[in-house]
Design a protein around this ligand. Structure first.
Ligand code: SAM
Ligand code: SF4
Length: 335
């Protein structure tokens, strides 16, 4: 292990999110346009490069690794990468290996993921209405995802559902979705829709459903207890006393979590984003490819980049003008 990664604000970087592909078998309306142009394969980090990059971060103190995308499970041979990462779980250097997925491929991969040491998985699901599911994901089919969720639970994976809160879309499912998750012993996290990418900005502003309002609605039916645990990220949690369920709220547009931020993101092309809300990034692919024998150039590039991790980000809906709007898609940085 080399010296740990500490940013200029004394925050230790212990959590890495890696996007392993920009491709996806769905086309969620808030995430992608219908006709996406994907990156040429040669631009992507190879599985071996992903291994070198992740292992270097782990040597530098990363203890939690989340794999995302695009849809991580559509990347060819991605299980090879998960299997390779399990050696860091076995050594104790890595405390958690996990992923965020749309669930479409879990029927196929749940057992392999468990065997590689994955114990928890976040599955994105905004609605349990089949017609609405097809509408929001454009290409997704609900029964396939439900079979994926069943397979994950059967394999022994703990499932958390992530739902994007969309006014006029899944507002009416607040209680049905909550109860559906409770019956299956799954926690549920709501994500505030973010002004990412360049599609449908106008409608997205009107789709904005404040999680404060959502929580007040929940409190009409349940006893809601605030939980104090902090993840170092934009999520806060409550417990519903009647169901025992944990409900999360991810509000990336508020600034209140930046001071405890412990995470960075790497895209599938090896760009390191120090902050989800800032364009500033560092290229790690060139140092990776510069020397296949030594990780020194990569380590130097990571250290240099972390020394520029900004204090906070700059989204702001309140200005009503999409201040701090990002031009990249969520599928690029993996959320
Ligand atoms: N394909 C996987 C999935 O859907 O879980 C992983 C990648 S996806 C980009 C990660 C998360 O970002 C998903 O939960 C998705 O709902 C969320 N997401 C995508 N676009 C978003 C947006 N504009 N605002 C808020 N969340 C968004
Ligand atoms: Fe694909 Fe996930 Fe984006 Fe939906 S949110 S289009 S499943 S990457």
């Amino acid at each position: 292990m080399t010296a740990p990664l500490i940013d200029p604000f004394q925050r230790a970087i212990s959590y890495l999110r890696v996007s392993v592909t920009d491709r996806c078998d769905f086309r969620c309306v808030y995430c992608m346009s219908e006709n996406m142009t994907f990156l040429p394969k040669k631009e992507l980090l190879t599985l071996e490069e992903l291994d070198r990059l992740s292992s270097t971060f782990i040597r530098m103190g990363v203890e939690k690794l989340r794999i995302t995308g695009g849809e991580p499970l559509v990347r060819r041979d991605i299980m090879t990468y998960f299997q390779a990462m399990s050696r860091h779980l076995e050594s104790g250097a890595l405390k958690e290996l996990t992923l965020t997925t749309n669930g479409s491929q879990l029927e196929r991969f749940a057992d392999d993921l468990f065997a590689a040491g994955v114990r928890r998985v976040n599955i994105s699901l905004d609605t349990i209405d089949e017609t609405k599911f097809a509408e929001i994901t454009r290409w997704g089919r609900l029964p396939q995802v439900l079979r994926g969720i069943d397979a994950a639970q059967k394999a022994g994976l703990r499932v958390k559902i992530n739902a994007v809160a969309l006014k006029g879309f899944n507002e009416g499912e607040l209680f049905t979705l909550t109860e559906w998750c409770a019956e299956r012993d799954m926690d549920l996290t709501w994500i505030e829709v973010m002004p990412m990418g360049d599609i449908g900005n106008e409608s997205r502003l009107t789709q904005y459903w404040s999680l404060k309002d959502l929580q007040s609605e929940l409190a009409k039916q349940y006893t809601v207890t605030e939980l104090s645990e902090s993840t170092g990220g934009p999520a806060r949690y409550v417990r519903l006393e009647e169901t025992g369920q944990k409900i999360g709220f991810i509000t990336p547009l508020t600034h209140n979590f930046c001071e405890s931020c412990n995470r960075v993101r790497v895209t599938c092309t090896g760009e390191l984003f120090m902050c989800l809300g800032q364009e500033d990034n560092a290229d790690l692919r060139a140092p990776l490819r510069a020397n296949a024998e030594s990780e020194k150039p990569l380590e130097d590039a990571i250290r240099q980049a972390i020394s520029h991790k900004p204090k906070g980000h700059d989204f702001d809906y309140s200005r009503q003008a999409l201040g701090g709007q990002m031009t990249r898609h969520m599928s690029h940085t993996g959320g």
